[in-house]
Design a protein around this ligand. Sequence first.
Ligand code: FES
Length: 295
Amino acid sequence: MDKLGDLVSRQNWLGPVERVLGAVADVLFLKDVPLGQKVRNFLHGTWLGHPLHPVITDVPLGAWTAAAAFDLYELSTGDKSLARGADVAVGIGLIGAAGAAFTGLNDWNHTSDKPRRVGALHAITNIAATACYLGSWWQRRNGCRRAGLTTGFAGYTLSMVGAYLGGHLVFNERIGVNHAPEALPERFVPVMKESELPDNKMVKAEADGVPLFLVRRGRRIFAMAEKCSHLGGPLSEGEFDGQAVTCPWHGSTFAIGDGSILAGPATYAQPCFEVRVSEGQIEVRASRGMAANPY
Ligand code: FES
């Protein structure tokens, strides 16, 4: 039961917010420009093997937590010896927030339905938190210290709400986690007759209950997990160009030989299988260094 997600998904006033954020993301991340894919891959964390957004969010949350602690000390004791440190932490948090916003918006632009709506609220909350800290930073620099501290506490409260929604997106909506299967058969298991596999056409099968697809290229047969590591899209319904398969949902592209990512938004490589043919039967098992064997 996902009470929070269900509640947020009923908030229709977030619809226009989603449309604005989507339009901004399309322009900002060069949707229709070839170079844009490289920019988007970088921001997704394709090069890192892990989503980049949750890595960067630690910067504003950590910095603003330090600032809030220093401010609290100053307010409760009247001692201003940590004031400079608090102000620097607010500034560091603002720089980190810009990075978190870019990476988060880029990831969010590939979500749909409930996660998209929860993500929109997550974005609004964090934008409001950042606006508070911008105000706090300005007030601190212009002699309105007490107001700066108060605005900072408001920003910190909002950033905690934003962080909670971010956690909800990961743990309840499974955004940013690996959707590809992890438990793959260790021993060779039969999946289909070799004579039933045409050339250059992806065919769905199952190995010990794990969905996969097979594709033949000349004398080689390749097998890859069916569920896309990004959000579980059906790879066999995507496109195969002889070297790589492209997911039909958001366009992640994986090399058929080893499952490595050629284009995001996926950040986890796609599991491949070792393949052999025994007595006319195609058999697969979890890859042990090679994605597909010649037979
Ligand atoms: S599910 Fe998103 S790219 Fe495959």
